[in-house]
Design a protein around this ligand. Structure first.
Ligand code: PEP
Ligand code: MN
Length: 444
């Protein structure tokens, strides 16, 4: 039963509606303009008769409602072990496919933490296609993950296959993963819905976007709003990659739901050489984070070694992502305590990547300045427009965020505008020889 509230519904109207429903012994769930009552009964309409703020009552909704973008237009954020997913920061979760030993998981955890991963992944209960394949270390694997969390400071995400695994995993991990093969394991979804632990819900390899959202709705409907979705590729006729990453689904999900959406490039690619490109594309497509498999020695991994990055490949990916994240309006991990020397190198690499992006953007900006000059020539307009320059400076001063002060941004952009004027004034003239001085241009 779904109750839709009017735009004019006041907090006191909502409270009266929730009270009336609770008075009947039901547990209503509320999000934005939606109230869901987990019963199918004409008694709901009866209980709400005469109350204000109700637009409609749908006795039997079939579509997802609580996870729909409408219910929370600003987007929801999920906090797992202190890490917020769904905000401005691109959250990278990294670690081995399966926990194999204390040394293996600890080595990866420390390595990925030192280059900016925010969470550690690792499977203790493994869903394997063949019953003869390594099935994971089970409870021992969970304990090793908890130790690696202590050593690296990274919160942990791990997969649960069955409802009876939830309580222990809940105790030892910070976020529970529902794997692609379990996306429609309804008893598992209901068990996770009854808890409060954040859930990472992966799209089934044969599931539509709608089915993924309805699986998420199960968890939220049963009481747990902390759900993050993960696109990890679907089965198609294509066999070059292990799965076909549905990048369109990432963009679509961001519009259809308020839940955070992350991408797993590793299971999509099935080959480590393709992982960086897919990861970078996912960031550009609007993903809130990435789930990447990393192994200290991929060649000897007990599962999914072909798609695992080694720590140095992962470090290179993190450097590339730093530049792309900036262009996508996102930030990446802030400095972490510990591993100070590695941290300094990582932060410098991050700055280098950002400088490369800034240099490339500035070059493009100056090319456009020349185009503008040509258009102005054709229109017979004066090259110098003080009002436009003023508007540019005021706009950037409004755009910057602390610790960059508006005044400091103004100074930087005054220099850019000044150089742009020089470049425009020289249009058509031969390029200056190396080292020719650039100085202030006389204003026309
Ligand atoms: C995994 O993350 O290790 C995993 C088994 O992934 P998926 O469920 O997407 O196949
Ligand atoms: Mn795997």
């Amino acid at each position: 039963m779904l109750v839709k509230l009017t735009d004019a519904c006041r907090p006191s109207d909502l409270e009266a509606i929730l009270e009336a429903l609770r008075g009947e012994g039901w547990e209503p769930r509320h999000r934005g303009r939606i109230v869901v009552v987990p019963v199918e009964s004409g008694r709901v309409a009866h209980a709400l008769a005469g109350l204000d703020g109700i637009e409609s009552i749908d006795p039997q909704p079939t579509d997802y409602k609580l996870v729909a973008r409408d219910a929370c237009p600003e987007g929801s954020r999920v906090v797992a072990g202190g890490v917020e997913i769904g905000g401005r920061e691109l959250i990278v979760i990294a670690g081995p496919c399966a926990v194999e030993s204390a040394e293996q998981v600890e080595e990866v955890a420390v390595a990925v933490a030192s280059v900016g991963a925010r969470m550690l992944r690792g499977g203790a209960f493994k869903p394997r296609t063949s019953p003869y394949a390594f099935q994971g270390l089970g409870v021992e694997g969970l304990e090793l993950l908890a130790l690696a969390r202590q050593r690296s400071g990274l919160p942990v995400v791990t997969e649960v296959l069955a409802p009876e695994e939830v309580p222990l995993a809940d105790e030892l991990a910070d976020m529970l993963q529902v794997g692609a093969r379990s996306m429609q394991n309804f008893p598992l979804l209901k068990a996770l819905g009854r808890g409060r632990q954040p859930v990472l819900l992966k799209r089934g390899q044969g599931s539509t976007v709608d089915e993924l959202l309805l699986a998420a709705e199960y968890i939220v409907f049963h009481g747990n709003p902390h759900v993050v979705l993960c696109e990890r590729g679907i089965r198609t006729f294509e066999t070059t990659t292990r799965n076909t990453l549905d990048m369109g689904a990432v963009a679509a999900l961001k519009a259809l739901t308020h839940l955070p959406v992350i991408v797993d490039p590793s299971h999509a690619a099935g080959r480590s050489d393709l992982v960086p490109a897919i990861a970078k594309a996912a960031c550009a497509a609007g993903a809130d984070g990435l789930l990447v498999e990393v192994h200290p020695s991929p060649a000897t991994a007990r599962s999914d070694g072909a798609q695992a990055l080694d720590p140095s490949e992962f470090a290179a990916l993190m450097r590339d992502l730093a530049a792309i994240a900036v262009l996508c309006g996102r930030s990446m991990a802030a400095s972490r305590p510990g591993a100070q020397a590695a941290e300094l190198a990582r932060l410098r690499a991050h700055i280098d990547a950002i400088d490369a992006a800034v240099a490339s953007l500035l070059s493009e900006r100056f090319r456009i300045v020349l185009d503008v000059a040509r258009v102005k020539d054709a229109l017979g307009l004066s090259l110098h427009s003080p009002e436009r320059e003023q508007a540019v400076l005021e706009r950037v001063a409004r755009l910057v965020e602390p610790p960059l002060e508006p005044e400091a941004a103004r100074v930087v952009f005054e220099a850019i505008v000044e150089q742009a004027r020089l470049v425009a004034a020289r249009r058509g003239a031969p390029a200056p020889r190396d080292g020719s001085p650039v100085g202030p241009t006389p204003r026309p």
